[in-house]
Ligand binder design. Structure first.
Ligand SMILES: Cc1cc2nc3c(=O)[nH]c(=O)nc-3n(C[C@H](O)[C@H](O)[C@H](O)COP(=O)(O)OP(=O)(O)OC[C@H]3O[C@@H](n4cnc5c(N)ncnc54)[C@H](O)[C@@H]3O)c2cc1C
Length: 424
């Protein structure tokens, strides 16, 4: 029987270091560097690369990875505790070498890349020298893969890729793309697609525009890559994609705990500082309700995230925790939105202005409800997973119907009931 919510002393010291380092060294960078993913930006490099080196020296670099890939192999629970701190800052995941989408793309290359691909992309990616892009969603739909039309066909010893992709984050700075394309139009919707690694300098890749400055609307025009640039087998794109999505989703959730906590802290500070109608906001019961509700939501979400992380460590198999990850994924936007919205409201006019972080967090919450699959799809997956544990009842009055339960109880305790003269 081991239920332990404590952090060991050595690791607690590391967390203290991370907390202070992020507060003092990384959070200020967020105000200077617009795009921490843009490895071509000299100012970004001057500020971020030395910080990355400090993290490497401290042996906290790429904490999502096991030692076989150069990480410390802390496991997901400890990663969760670190990510909670990193979630406060946009640049922090980059400074610690565990940012999306690169963490997931690295997992794909580690599992499915050739030795040469690992040397060419995985190594510099893990070192933070390059960034990458995951290119799956298409303009006509992202939640339903059966509508994807970007295709790849073999031509001699090359694959030729054609089609449009949408909302491909960090495409503008990426050294390579992981691209999903239809390779067999006759197969069912989950075996029609294959995954490819495509170098960013391959002729034919067109960046139509950068949506919101970060998300590429891409067109692949007869993009030719060598035959061995397929990742996994033909028709196995979904198997490959699952390698990255499970980890990616839980890591976002870990960081969201930190972002939500930041907004909770700011809300509490404001309620104690602001006076109105003769008392502080903290004295008002409706404000107290906002604080108490926020704390309950934050703490229950955090426990859910950490327990899911613990299950990943225990089982070492994302498939076994698919339901848990869907639940966490669905809760994540709700918790952040609720807490950031209350923090915004309690700050009044300054709260809604761009001089405070609350509107950004509310917007982020909508992002979290879409990226890596919409909330509705995850809730549906969760419900299906849960319902697989149950059987339909074959009687119109199921065995939990009180008269039937009473009947069984009467039988079980018949001797005793007879002695006391009790009839059920
Ligand atoms: C910030 C951000 C970053 C992203 N980064 C990437 C990236 O790097 N690479 C990439 O490939 N994609 C990326 N995406 C795309 C993301 O994966 C898609 O937005 C997502 O899969 C939904 O697809 P869609 O936007 O086309 O919405 P649609 O598929 O059109 O769905 C729209 C809405 O319909 C509803 N809906 C859809 N399906 C169901 C259902 N089964 N049941 C009930 N309701 C449903 C939901 O409300 C959903 O939000 C990113 C998205 C965002 C917002």
């Amino acid at each position: 029987m081991a239920w332990d919510f404590e952090t060991d002393d050595d690791f607690a010291r590391e967390l203290d270091w991370v907390d202070e380092f992020v507060r003092e060294e990384v959070e200020p960078v967020d105000l200077v560097v617009d795009d921490p993913w843009d490895v071509r930006d000299a100012l970004r490099n001057e500020l971020i690369v030395p910080l990355q080196q400090q993290v490497k020296d401290r042996k906290l670099w790429a904490c999502h990875l096991g030692p076989e890939l150069g990480g410390p192999g802390y496991g997901q629970v400890k990663l969760g505790l670190i990510n909670e701190i990193l979630g406060r800052s946009l640049a922090a995941p980059i400074v610690f070498g565990c940012q999306a989408p690169d963490s997931g793309n690295a997992e794909i290359l580690a599992h499915f890349g050739t030795a040469e691909q690992k040397q060419r992309w995985l190594k510099p990616l893990l070192n933070g020298d390059i960034v990458s892009c995951f290119s799956m969603t298409e303009p006509q739909g992202g939640a339903d893969p059966s509508v994807f039309t970007t295709s790849a066909h073999l031509d001699g010893d090359s694959w030729i890729i054609n089609g449009d992709k949408w909302f491909a984050s960090t495409a503008h700075a990426a050294a390579f793309f992981i691209v999903m394309a239809v390779t067999d139009t006759n197969a069912n919707s989950y075996q029609r697609h294959s995954m490819f690694v495509v170098p960013a300098d391959t002729p034919g890749i067109e960046l139509i525009r950068n949506v919101d400055g970060h998300h590429g609307y891409l067109r692949y025009n007869d993009v030719r890559v060598p035959a061995d640039h397929i990742l996994g087998g033909q028709g196995e794109a979904f198997v490959v994609a699952q390698t990255r999505l499970g980890g990616g989703r839980i890591h976002h959730a870990m960081r969201t705990v930190g972002l939500a906590r930041l907004h909770f802290d700011l809300m509490c500070r404001r309620t104690l500082s602001r006076h109105t109608a003769g008392e502080t906001l903290a004295d008002k019961q409706l404000v107290q309700e906002a604080i108490a509700e926020s704390w309950c939501e934050l703490e229950s979400f955090r426990l859910m995230v950490l327990q899911t992380a613990w299950k990943i460590d225990k089982y070492g198999d994302y498939k076994r925790v698919r339901g848990d990850i869907s639940a966490v994924k669905a809760m994540m936007p709700r918790v952040l939105r609720n807490i950031a919205s209350r923090a915004l409201q309690i700050h009044g006019s300054i709260g809604i202005s761009d001089e405070m972080p609350f509107m950004d967090a509310v917007r982020d919450s909508y992002t979290l409800a879409l990226a890596d699959g919409p909330t509705e799809v995850h809730l549906t997956n969760l419900a299906r997973t849960l319902l697989r544990q149950y059987q339909p009842d074959d009687d119109v009055f199921p065995d939990y119907h009180t008269p039937r339960r009473r009947e069984r109880a009467a039988e079980k305790f018949s001797g005793l009931l007879a002695r006391y003269g009790v009839t059920l």
